[in-house]
Design a protein around this ligand. Sequence first.
Ligand SMILES: *Cc1c(COP(=O)(O)O)cnc(C)c1O
Length: 367
Amino acid sequence: MSPLSSERAFIHIAKPQLGDEEKAAVMAVLDSGMLAQGKRVAEFEARFAEFCGVKHAVAVASGTASLWVTLMAYGIGPGDEVITTPFSFIASSNCILYVGAQPVFVDIEPDTCLIDATAIEDKITERTRAILPVHLYGQPCDMTAIMDIADRHNLIVIEDACQAHGATFEGQQVGSFGTGCFSFYPTKNMTTGEGGIVTTNDDALADRLCLLRNHGQSQRYRHEILGYHFRTTDIQAAIGLVQLEKLPAWTEQRIANAQYLSDRLRGVRIPTVRPGRRHVFHQYTIRVPRDRQAFQDHLKEQGIGSAIHYPCPIHHQPVYTSLGYKDVLPQAEAVAQEVLSLPVYPALSEADLDRIVAAVNSFTPPS
Ligand SMILES: *Cc1c(COP(=O)(O)O)cnc(C)c1O
């Protein structure tokens, strides 16, 4: 591509990286004729567990399925409450509804947009079974505080790490504090097309997850418990094995891209990264306190994609208000009006990053 045409190309908000290695890995599975969950899935699980520093990883059909099956495996259900954030993709909270339990929302820290760990304890009741923090945008939540609260109140911790592959808190991988849930949707930091995985050090939980994802089947046509079909395929696992190899370099590049932007953007609030946390920048999300729509339109005219993660907090979604949720969560409500994610994916060139900077810095608010 000539420099001129690449200069004109629209820079989308996300771009999955798929190369010859992924294609070859998929072709090898197709040639084998064995498409369903098999040895590639087992290998992917072993590698992903190793990557997270945990004993087990159980691959499932999506990030949503990873959260759902984890809540089921813990036997969380009607009458139980699960504490979570109102500021996430809706799957984080929907999985709590799927099992018949109640999401209980705790407001967020206004700068990081992560659940405010200092506000969790006020929401604990005798019905509380679990805390479900979300490592939003790729930045880990305060896991020291959350694990401490969970220990003191005997609660389960389910980490929604769907945006945080490879993120660390005080050097420890997310998904290894509590039970970790990851997504491999195409725009995530690594992909398998669609897919998800659960990480845990608990042998019994891992066994139960394996039963639940496969119709409760312990041996062929022997069904121990009511299970479901949450399996993934060897085709997806083959892609995942290649992507996992590439993830560390991509993560470095995401972090470098974020730093490049943060060093140069003017007139907007750049992301806050707390000390001790490795933020893997699934999203690079700035704050535009005024004229966000005009700002986004300006970026689009300059050939830069952007997105709002998220325009409406979960408790204000029609499905939640119709369920009777009327919480007032001022930080989540305010932040939803200001956030804007810019492209940060690893394949951006320095020229692309410069175009993003120039577009942001040339915005003049409508008078
Ligand atoms: C993507 C995502 C999910 C759901 O993952 P799917 O693979 O799309 O089902 C859950 N939680 C968060 C925070 C996500 O970003």
